[in-house]
Design a protein around this ligand. Structure first.
Ligand code: UDP
Ligand code: MN
Length: 342
């Protein structure tokens, strides 16, 4: 036993690589004493690879298709589960005794080294189906044997949700009932989507959040952020971010402060050639990265500025079309809630 422990993440694209960089910086910023490992797929560019190497202790290439072992065979039988098999690869990091896997779209808000006191498989409930755990943050023990079992299980049973979360929940199927110490508090995997489904709980407990998880279709790197105004700009049309604007800003601040200089250096200090990192990367001068956080969320740059009636807004809300960064922003909802409670 090496006694070594590590935080592990995965990136198969430059977008997720940027997420991994912010995650790595957030763990460092909060003084972790553990190693940081990132598994990278073959499509991550050299620019991102170089930036990752300056944040992580270990950048481990993972190309399941190229691996010539049972993982490749499994993938040939289930090509639909590509990224899932890549994620399961984290069980092969056997030079570590214990690891905490974290999705590349998570960010630590405080030191979370105490997670290493937990056992495999510890995870927090999924906000959509709390008898399942969310596989964005979990404690596990690397083991070739477990890895093989997981691959066999996957090949034979597939995944009920098409991804790693379905597989892992079916494999570790006593998580919900067997041992409460394997239930991580929700604060270790706070999905910004859940904030809006139980706002009073978020108001009550949210300040103790330790990890935020930007799960869902829109990721922080899908947005542009203007550090000067502290606002998200160029929001994609019809966007449904479900991202709490304060956390989104927190992600962008760390990205601008700690990641962009690394990407610049990796690029030889030139402007990013278009598409080399990601088309939507904002070009923020380094000396403008210190704008103070604003209590109000950024306003929504709507292509149609016509004000909406409250009836219209209610209909949109009920249809699931929330304007999280504008009218339905956390600050606005909170104001309303406060006025009700008074
Ligand atoms: N991932 C990746 N490339 C992909 C999709 C996913 O590297 O194309 C990795 C990444 O670490 C990501 C994790 O797999 O955080 C799970 O995917 P995602 O976070 O998008 O799922 P969600 O949490 O939104 O369900
Ligand atoms: Mn995720």
């Amino acid at each position: 036993m090496s006694g070594e422990e590590a935080f592990v993440t995965l990136a198969t694209t430059d977008g997720y690589a940027k997420g991994a960089m912010v995650l790595g910086c957030s763990l460092r910023e909060h003084g972790t004493t553990r190693k940081l490992v990132v598994l990278v797929g073959p499509h991550v560019t050299e620019t991102c690879g170089q930036a990752l190497r300056s944040i992580f202790d270990e950048v481990s290439p993972v190309d399941v298709l190229d691996s010539g072992d049972s993982a490749r065979l499994a993938l040939m039988q289930r090509p639909d589960l590509g990224v899932t098999f890549t994620k399961l690869h984290c069980w092969t990091l056997t030079r570590y005794d214990k690891c905490v896997f974290m999705d590349a779209d998570t960010m630590a808000l405080s030191n979370i080294d105490e997670l290493f006191e937990r056992e495999e498989l510890s995870a927090a409930p999924d906000p959509g189906w709390p008898d399942c755990f969310n596989s964005g943050v979990f404690v596990y023990r690397p083991s070739v044997e477990t890895h093989e079992k997981l691959l066999t299980f996957c090949t034979e049973n597939g995944s009920f949700d098409g991804g790693d979360q379905g597989v892992l929940n079916s494999f570790f199927n006593t998580w919900a009932t067997a041992d409460i110490s394997k239930h991580l508090p929700f604060l270790y995997n706070l999905s910004s989507i859940a904030i809006y489904s139980y706002l009073p709980a978020f108001k009550h407990y949210g300040r103790d959040a330790k990890v935020v998880h930007f799960l869902g279709k829109n990721k922080p790197w899908s947005y542009n952020y203007d550090t000067q105004s502290g606002k998200m700009v160029d929001l994609p049309e019809g966007h449904q971010p479900g991202l709490h604007p304060d956390y989104l800003r927190g992600w962008w601040r760390l990205y601008a402060k700690s990641v962009m200089p690394l990407l610049r250096r990796a690029n030889g200090d030139e402007d990013f050639p278009s598409g080399s990192v990601e088309e939507r990367s904002p070009d923020i001068p380094e000396d403008e990265t210190t704008s103070s956080p604003s209590a109000d969320p950024p306003s929504h740059a709507s292509p149609n500025p016509r004000p909406m009636s409250s009836e219209e807004r209610k209909q949109r809300w009920e249809a699931g079309q929330m304007d999280y960064l504008g009218d339905d922003s956390f600050a606005n909802i909170e104001r309303k809630l406060d006025s009700f409670l008074k």
